[in-house]
Each structure stands twice: as C-alpha cells, then as structure tokens.
Design a binder for this molecule. Structure first.
Ligand SMILES: Nc1ncnc2c1ncn2[C@@H]1O[C@H](COP(=O)(O)OP(=O)(O)OP(=O)(O)O)[C@@H](O)[C@H]1O
Ligand SMILES: [Mg+2]
Length: 388
C-alpha cells in the first residue's frame, strides 16, 4: 500500500500532543506508550519523506524523542514538568510565582578537543569566543564589545549540538540548551514570556552560553498554525537578542548560538545585520575526523579488533559520506552483533573472544540508511555561498 504522508503526519502530531498532555499530568506509563508511537511514526516519516527538508526534520525529531525516552526511563527526567525552580522572593511577601531555571551551572565535561575534524570551525570559535576571555585587553584594543552570536548550520548528526556543548566546556561557564519543547506553548502569550525569562536568567551570569537548538522549529512560519503567535515569539526573541551582547566588561563574555539543519527556512530577520552574524558550517566528517571517531569508538575495546579481517582504516574509508551520529550508531550495531555471538558461545561453553569482523560490518552497512544525502549537501553549500 502506498505511503499516505498526510495521514501519517496527522497521526504523528496527535501522538506528540498526547505525549505532552500525559507527561504534563505525570502519567509516565501512558506517556511512554505514545512516545513509542511517536518515535516509530517519526522514523517512518523520515524514511518516506521525499522532500529533503522534511526528511531532516523527522530524523532530528526522531533522535530527540529517543533522547527524551532515554532520559525519562533512565533518569526520570520529564521534560514537561518544571525541572528546577526558584521561588520569587518578595521582601517577606507570600511566595506566589515559581520560575523555571534554564541554566546549568556545572559546565559539560567535553571540550573542543573532543570534536572530530571541523578545524576551520574550531579556529573561528577560538578567535571569537575562547581567546577574548583569555586576552581581553588586546581584544578591547580592537573592538568595542566582545561576545558573539553564532549560527551553526549543517546536516543532521554532524555535531552542531556537540560543538555547542564543547564551547560551554571550554568556557567553563553556565549554559542553557533551549529547544522548541522548552518554549512553544499552546497558550498565546506564554512563549514570549518564556523567552524573556531565559534572557533574564542569562543576564544573571558574568559568563554564559545560551544555545537555541533547532532554531527553525521555533522561528519558521511553516511550523505554526497561528502566524500571530509565531510573530510574537520572533519579536520577543529579537528584542532580547539586541540587548544580549551589549556588555563592555572585559571579564564577561556572553555567547549565543543558534543551530539549524534548515537554515534557508529561517526568518531572514534572524540573520540580518549583527544578528547571528558568524555563520559556521558543520558538515560531514572528512577522513581524519572519521578516523578520530572510529578510533574513539574502539578506544576502550581494542581487543575487538584483534585477529580479525577489518581495520580502523578500512572502516574509516567505508564511512565516507556518513555523519558522526551515523558512524556511532553503525559501530554500536556492529558491536552488538559480535556481542550476540559471544553470548551464544558462552551458552555453549566456548570462552574465546569474538572480535568484530567484515561480515558484521557489511551486514549493518547494507541495512543502514545514510541520513545525509548528496542532494541535501548541495542545499547547505548553496546557503553557505549565499545562493539561497
Ligand atoms: N564532529 C563530531 N565530533 C565528535 N562527535 C560527533 C561529531 N559529529 C557527531 N558526533 C557524535 O554524534 C552525536 C550527534 O551529533 P549532534 O547531536 O551534535 O548532531 P547535530 O548536528 O546537532 O544534529 P541535529 O541537526 O540532528 O540536531 C554527538 O552526540 C556525538 O556523539
Ligand atoms: Mg542538534
């Protein structure tokens, strides 16, 4: 039977709103049931979308939903409940309101050294973000203010979110990762308030990094059923953005990063003038970057490559055209195949090491759909060159 895109999409949206509704009511069991539905529907939509923009969108949403499920099951984190709250203090007045805290004070443990490849991107980040903090006098000799607004764009799974976390790890500063789930609200007027609350909280820190993931789902008009609603969110965002970097204290740096895998769908007001004026293209890993990623995957499991017919170099070559996320997912599946065999061996009392081998690698590669197509890369290159 032919794939009915429209029907699937409606079912997917219905499942998503059910997830939100149930998790808001703390009904985790039923919430998980609909979450599983939404995960498989987003996968189906990604596999069957012919328009590359939609394909990317569903791949991203699928990954996000899987992460939500993992956090919910393993850590009990419910994204639709207030995570960490502070009571408003009102000079002895009764505490009326509770405010959501968006920032984490503990910086991530990763740094730019953990990022594979993307050497130009790292150089640009050091120049604009890391060095100003270390060498403020020199920077202020040349500039009126430091801090910057970065737009990272590129295909899914190539490290935009990872790079943002690595920057926070380098700066050792408070950071917030905001995505559409944190902001969009069915009640008109709530989303602009949340945006203001985020920026207000950012102003409490001397150094901070504010990361808006999937900017396009927040600020692309296509996503909204109600254009006034979208316009209000965008206006609130632009107003907050203009005041954000206006600090002249050399000991402070505020960085704002937006990420998208559909940069051409962004409202142009977002990338006009001084807004998000540093554009970084986060693209597929080159040979060295892939080698780094494959080696990292085996760093603590080198025995899996003993006495076998496959090498890190061969895998690196075969991964040409695959994203970092694809590589990690494929290698995980390959390891699982060896593990399954080891379990069977153990049952039969055979104790020898089962390495990963070309057969397992081929099997997984043959059944895996590469999430980045050549055609989609052309769009990104056109955007980078200013053609779209
Ligand atoms: N260049 C890279 N260096 C190190 N790890 C990477 C790199 N690219 C991808 N990865 C790995 O893949 C995972 C997924 O990447 P990430 O979520 O950062 O991609 P993304 O570009 O933000 O994708 P999306 O557009 O779907 O949000 C990361 O958590 C990381 O483990
Ligand atoms: Mg991301």
């Amino acid at each position: 039977m032919a794939f009915n895109y429209e029907m699937k999409y409606h079912t997917y949206e219905a499942a998503l709103s059910k997830v939100k509704e149930l998790l808001m009511l703390e009904d985790v069991e039923n919430g998980l049931f609909y979450l599983d539905k939404a995960i498989s529907l987003s996968q189906e939509l990604a596999n069957n979308s012919e328009v590359i923009e939609f394909k990317n969108r569903f791949i991203t949403e699928n990954r996000k939903l899987i992460q939500i499920k993992k956090n919910l099951k393993e850590k009990g984190i419910n994204p639709f409940l207030k995570k960490e709250t502070v009571k408003s203090s009102g000079g002895g007045a009764p505490e009326k309101e509770e405010r959501i805290k968006f920032f984490k004070k503990e910086p991530p443990s990763i740094t730019l050294e953990d990022v594979a490849g993307l050497e130009d991107v790292k150089r640009e980040i050091k120049l604009n973000v890391i060095l100003p903090l270390k060498n403020p006098e020199l920077y202020y000799k040349y500039k009126d203010s430091v801090g910057c607004q970065i737009l990272m764009f590129g295909p899914p799974g190539c490290g935009k979110s990872f790079v943002a976390e690595a920057i926070a790890g380098e700066l050792k500063c408070a950071y917030a990762i905001i995505n559409s789930f944190d902001i969009l609200d069915k009640y008109v007027g709530e989303a602009p308030k949340k945006i203001k609350a985020i920026f207000d909280e950012a102003m409490e820190y001397d150094n901070c990094l504010l990361f808006f993931d999937e900017l396009d789902s927040l600020f692309a008009s296509r996503e909204s059923e109600d254009s006034t609603h979208t316009k209000d969110v965008l206006t609130a965002f632009l107003t907050c953005l203009s005041g954000f970097n206006s600090n002249k204290d050399p000991k402070k740096i505020r960085v704002i990063i937006g990420a998208t895998n559909r940069p051409w769908a962004l409202d142009t007001a977002l990338i006009r003038g001084k807004r998000f004026d540093t554009h970084l293209y986060i693209t597929l890993p080159d040979y060295d970057a892939r080698h780094f990623l494959v080696s990292k995957a085996f760093k603590n499991h080198m025995e899996l490559l003993d006495n076998t017919d496959i090498t890190i170099e061969e895998m690196t070559k075969r991964f040409d055209g695959y994203s970092g996320a694809d590589i990690s997912s494929i290698l995980d599946k390959v390891k699982t195949k060896a593990l399954e065999q080891a379990l069977l061996n153990q049952k039969e009392g055979i104790e020898e090491n089962v390495p990963i081998c070309m057969k397992y690698f081929d099997e997984v590669m043959n059944s895996y759909r590469n999430s980045v197509s050549k055609e989609s890369l052309k769009y990104f290159e056109q955007f980078r060159n200013g053609d779209i």
